[in-house]
Design a protein around this ligand. Structure first.
Ligand SMILES: NC(=O)c1ccc[n+]([C@@H]2O[C@H](COP(=O)([O-])OP(=O)(O)OC[C@H]3O[C@@H](n4cnc5c(N)ncnc54)[C@H](O)[C@@H]3O)[C@@H](O)[C@H]2O)c1
Ligand SMILES: O=C(O)[C@H](O)COP(=O)(O)O
Length: 390
């Protein structure tokens, strides 16, 4: 029986992925954690936890580096909420061009004026004259799951689109419309675009990527959309740029008290992935990742360990998380050979400083021998975790 601890509201469809062999939030220490944006940085994570799945894209709420050192596999759900975010970004692009957020607020303020309302509407509407997005230039920073969809749809709506992503995946490159122009530097986007939308993860490299230097390069009256993470934008510099009216609108899904008080800032309450479809997609994918890892050792969509898939054929499986250093596999197979154990199947993959090995051995090995081998492998310098799956 496995115990799964959840944080945040996880869609029932995802929880339904777990069968009778699982308890959700049962008593005792968990085997895995399933969460969304809950901040795990300050949380105690018991050593029983083998996997953590983020039902969503961003993993900046999870202490990934520390967990990697502890041999805990962290998953996310690539692309599962991308369409939801894209729809909100496209909506916001149009809404900001048409001053829709302010206009709605103003229209509502007319309540109580009785029969005068239609007249007030007609005389007041000129303050909200907007611009059309067709033929304007959109810059997309980061063309992963969300950025590609935004770029393609904006191009289909008649915008000129320029995209920048020095680490673009082959998959994303295949998906990108031929109408999307490639920017070789972010500066090109800053200088040329009327609208800029950012779709990169929050990392040490991307923190504060939009700052006074980038604002200084931008066209006057640029609209900036940030549906990725608040910390990508330097708040001090943003405040100045909005005050100086260099930036026309800053639309964000990540309000802070300060941003809420800035004129020209439009804040949504982190709604990007809050659709029934996205919540279900993410929860189902995350739950399947946990199940597959706990039951077969296979790793799919991990952010800290190599994706490693070996068909599970019901044999005894040894899974080993270890440092990516020479002679690890040799030492493990040597131990098995010493016990006259035949290897039926084996795989070894690495990602940066870490590696993962799965070895299928024939069934029927006495339990005490299995335990000895487990202990011996764990004693190999560089090995962090060993699991035997029956
Ligand atoms: N508002 C929301 O509810 C919501 C929902 C989903 C994701 N997000 C945020 O959006 C981010 C992107 O999501 P995604 O699903 O598209 O992720 P993704 O991993 O598919 O795409 C991220 C892209 O950013 C690129 N990138 C990384 N560093 C870069 C840099 N310095 N310059 C340019 N490009 C860079 C990567 O190459 C990748 O293509 C997530 O990390 C998360 O923080 C927010
Ligand atoms: O990174 C993500 O996937 C989003 O920010 C969604 O966060 P949420 O699951 O808390 O809505």
């Amino acid at each position: 029986m496995y115990n799964i601890k959840t944080y945040n509201a996880i869609a029932q469809k995802g929880l339904d992925v777990f069968n009778d062999n699982y308890k959700i939030n049962g008593s005792g220490d968990p085997d895995a954690i399933l969460l969304r944006s809950y901040n795990l940085h300050e949380e105690f994570i018991p050593p029983t936890v083998k996997a953590i799945a983020r039902a969503g894209a961003g993993v900046n709420n999870i202490p990934v580096e520390r967990l990697t050192e502890e041999g805990v596999v962290v998953f996310n759900t690539p692309g599962a909420n991308a369409n939801a975010v894209k729809e909100l970004v496209i909506m916001s692009l149009i809404a900001s061009s048409r001053n829709l957020f302010q206009a709605l607020h103003w229209a509502k303020s007319l309540a109580g004026n009785g029969e005068k309302v239609p007249g007030l509407v007609e005389s007041g509407k000129k303050q909200f004259v907007g611009t059309e997005i067709a033929e304007k230039k959109l810059g997309v920073i980061g063309t992963g799951s969300i950025g590609v969809l935004v770029a393609n749809d904006a191009a289909a709506l008649g915008m000129e689109v320029m995209a920048y992503d020095p680490y673009i995946s082959v998959n994303a490159a295949w998906q990108l419309s031929r109408r999307v122009e490639r920017a070789m530097t972010m500066e090109e986007i800053f200088r040329e675009c009327d609208y800029i939308t950012i779709h990169v993860p929050l990392t040490d490299e991307t923190k504060g990527i939009l700052n006074k230097d980038s604002f200084a390069l931008m066209k006057e009256n640029v609209h900036i959309l940030n549906f990725s993470r608040g910390e990508l934008v330097n708040e001090d510099d943003l405040e100045v740029a909005l005050k100086e009216k260099r930036i026309k609108t800053y639309i964000t899904d990540f309000p802070t008290d300060r941003i809420l008080q800035m004129e020209g800032a439009i804040a949504l309450p982190h709604l990007g992935a809050s659709t029934v479809e996205a919540e279900e997609n993410c929860a189902v994918m995350a739950a399947k990742e946990i199940r597959e890892f706990l039951e077969t050792g296979n790793i799919r969509n991990s952010v800290n360990f190599p994706n490693t898939i070996m068909p599970y054929i019901g044999k005894k499986r040894l899974t080993v998380i270890h440092k990516n250093i020479p002679n690890m596999v040799g030492q493990m197979t040597g131990l098995l050979a010493n016990h006259q154990i035949n290897i039926a199947n084996m795989t070894n993959r690495s990602k940066g400083a870490w590696a993962y090995t799965m070895i299928d051995v024939d069934n029927g090995i006495p339990e005490d021998v299995v335990r000895t081998i487990e202990e011996n492998i764990l004693n190999i310098a560089g090995v962090k975790r060993v699991r035997i799956i029956d």
